[in-house]
Design a protein around this ligand. Sequence first.
Ligand SMILES: Cc1cc2nc3c(=O)[nH]c(=O)nc-3n(C[C@H](O)[C@H](O)[C@H](O)COP(=O)(O)OP(=O)(O)OC[C@H]3O[C@@H](n4cnc5c(N)ncnc54)[C@H](O)[C@@H]3O)c2cc1C
Length: 272
Amino acid sequence: MSLLYVDAEAIQFTYEITHYFQNVKTDYILLPSTPLFREATAEMAVRLSASLLTDCIALSVDNGRLQGLRPSLNGKSFSHYAFSDDQPTVIVVKDTGITEPRQNLLQSCVKVAELSASAPGNTAEKCPGNHAAPGKIVFVRKIIHENVSKDIKDAPLIFAGGRGLMNEQSFEALRRLADFFDASVGASRPVVDCGWAEPSEQIGQTGSFVHPKVYLAFGISGAIQHLAGMKNSQCIIAVNTNLNSPIFQYCDYGIRGDANSIIRNLLQILAV
Ligand SMILES: Cc1cc2nc3c(=O)[nH]c(=O)nc-3n(C[C@H](O)[C@H](O)[C@H](O)COP(=O)(O)OP(=O)(O)OC[C@H]3O[C@@H](n4cnc5c(N)ncnc54)[C@H](O)[C@@H]3O)c2cc1C
């Protein structure tokens, strides 16, 4: 068993991977839920006339057929999805930190290929998966060369910031503090929308699911969509000015206070 590696930017990638699967009959195309894949999959599914299941958190094989599990109603309930036989299905699998889906996935993998998309146009020729048998699964894995030094999904320590930090300078101060502790940086969605943090740093339902030993939340309210991504942290420490913020119901340690002055004071004490 080998893996299909693709190394390309989003647009190039969408083109290459669509072109590849137009030539290779495949029932299921399984992709990890990274920012690049989330961007590429909708277009890819349309071009391939394929069904699309995003945010899949578990896969199982029943009577030789793949089934997917996906949270709905903001994580309050879960839906099972079976897939039709008459069209391919693109499934975006969320890495929840739980190994079982990936094990199921790998057990289900019967066809693997090796590909470098770095040479445009050569994709199909280079890919030994051309002879993939119908009804088999090709496992696609992307190695991303992003400017992210630590993979947040496996990070043991995360310093995360929310809208309560107020501005980009404060978020940069949080980064300096995180750097000092060799921690990864996480963010709520509004922070990413404002451009203070990278999409790959977003934690939550539409970002990454994380499970660090310690998760520090500075100025994050604890909306259900954010909690979905970080509630499996072993220890949650929250700093928030508002005692009624939901995060205080989920944290192990809560500090009622101004996140910015706490970060500033820590940087000063640590001489960072
Ligand atoms: C379909 C869908 C998907 C979503 N996916 C995600 C997702 O993946 N991740 C995500 O994060 N959100 C997601 N959201 C958005 C989510 O609903 C919330 O809007 C978001 O999480 C709020 O971010 P926040 O806590 O940073 O901001 P806010 O809700 O504005 O909270 C800011 C907090 O900072 C506190 N605060 C203010 N000033 C200070 C200060 N000086 N010091 C300390 N605390 C202070 C406030 O009391 C407040 O609790 C999604 C929403 C939808 C509808």
